[in-house]
Ligand binder design. Structure first.
Ligand SMILES: C[S@@+](CC[C@H](N)C(=O)[O-])C[C@H]1O[C@@H](n2cnc3c(N)ncnc32)[C@H](O)[C@@H]1O
Length: 345
């Protein structure tokens, strides 16, 4: 099975929709291997559940399970891994992990799609989530200490800071008229760490998102500033329903991880059209390997399309070429997220 659908769907991103995008091996009988692996994995999950019951160290139990799932995921065929996911999710240890507000929110998907901006707030340990975390069980709060300090969580905070840095550098380069677009903006938390935003030195910061709850949160947080929330989706952009103007900086983060290559190329082309000469388009993607991949896909039921720097460079080059653009890539601090920069000559 190869790329058969165009993944936008106004963002009803679910593990099922992403799974379709991943190439599989076809018709071989995977059952014996799945049964064998399950017989190897389940006793170790039994040990983890026993450890939780006995009050063992959450960091040690969570760490061991994370590594186990990572190693299994990355050593078997994608179909075998996919068959193992529901078996792992059904194990009694899941109930302990699901006491953690991050794991629970991700697994239950209250907004109907994976990876929403509230999940990011939990990962950021944002003040707005303090009450929700306090309401978790003592074990849930311990697991939260573990998940909110996972390498992927660190990478999300690093990504927020990198986005703010790009915004601040744009303000420094362009001056008070600087125009910035965040596409799939979520709650635009990078504005909280942007000095240009704090100093009011941006012309406008347009924040587009398909989720009315994300837009409402941006409105509530940044009323009276240069931030302009706009409700809109990738599909709206493709249908030229969004009249946004042009920008010195355009960026999309927390979005490409759900997009098949074909859609990613098309989106890159479309967003690059909004960049002024001398301006930059930046996009981010979770990289591979990341140690939390197995935990994300099982207990959090959160599937991402992981990409290397070469993968995202290929997307960027296919979208815009090098004649009019300087294309670069870089990894964030712990290499869990990779970034592409496209600067218009
Ligand atoms: C994880 S948040 C990312 C927030 C922010 N950009 C960041 O990196 O911190 C993902 C956001 O993407 C938005 N989104 C997902 N699919 C989208 C689509 N097709 N069109 C527009 N927004 C989309 C969701 O509504 C959600 O608010």
């Amino acid at each position: 099975m190869t790329h058969t659908i165009e993944l936008d769907g106004h963002s009803l991103v679910t593990p099922e929709s992403i799974a379709i995008e991943v190439t599989t091996s076809g018709d071989i009988d995977i059952n014996p291997e799945v049964s064998y692996l399950a017989s190897e994995i389940l006793p170790r999950l039994d040990d983890a559940a026993e450890g939780f019951k006995k009050g063992g160290s959450t960091a040690e139990i969570g760490g061991a399970v994370t590594i186990l799932l990572h190693e299994v995921r990355n050593s078997v065929d994608v179909d075998v891994w996919r068959a193992l996911i529901p078996i792992i999710q059904a194990h009694p240890v899941a109930k302990f992990f699901l006491e953690d507000p991050i794991t629970k929110w991700s697994f239950e998907r209250p907004r109907g799609y994976s990876g929403d901006a509230h999940l990011l707030d939990l990962i950021y340990r944002h003040p707005k989530t303090v009450g929700q975390v306090a309401a978790a069980s003592p074990l849930g709060r311990e697991v939260y200490e573990f998940t909110s300090h996972a390498p992927s969580s660190f990478a999300n905070c690093d990504r927020r800071d990198i986005l703010a840095r790009f915004v601040d550098e744009t303000a420094a380069r362009v001056g008070r008229d600087a125009e910035v677009l965040s596409f799939a903006a979520g709650h635009l938390r990078e504005a909280e760490v942007s000095t240009a935003h704090a100093d009011g030195t941006l012309g406008r910061w347009v924040a587009v998102d398909q989720d009315p709850l994300s837009i409402a949160e941006i409105e509530a947080s940044y009323a009276g500033t240069t931030v302009q929330p706009v409700k809109g989706s990738v599909r709206d952009l493709f249908a030229t329903k969004l009249d946004l103007g042009t920008f010195d900086l355009v960026y999309a983060s927390g979005l490409y991880d759900y997009l098949a290559d074909k859609v990613a190329v098309k989106l890159t082309q479309r967003l690059a059209q909004l960049v002024k000469p001398g301006g930059t388009f930046l996009f981010a993607n979770y990289s591979h390997p990341i140690v939390v991949d197995g935990y994300l896909e099982t207990f959090m039921d959160w599937t991402l399309l992981l990409r290397s720097d070469e993968d995202i460079r290929r997307i960027a080059l296919e979208a815009v070429g090098e004649e009019d653009w300087i294309v670069g890539t870089f990894y964030g601090e712990n290499r869990n997220i990779v970034y592409a920069t496209l600067t218009r000559r």
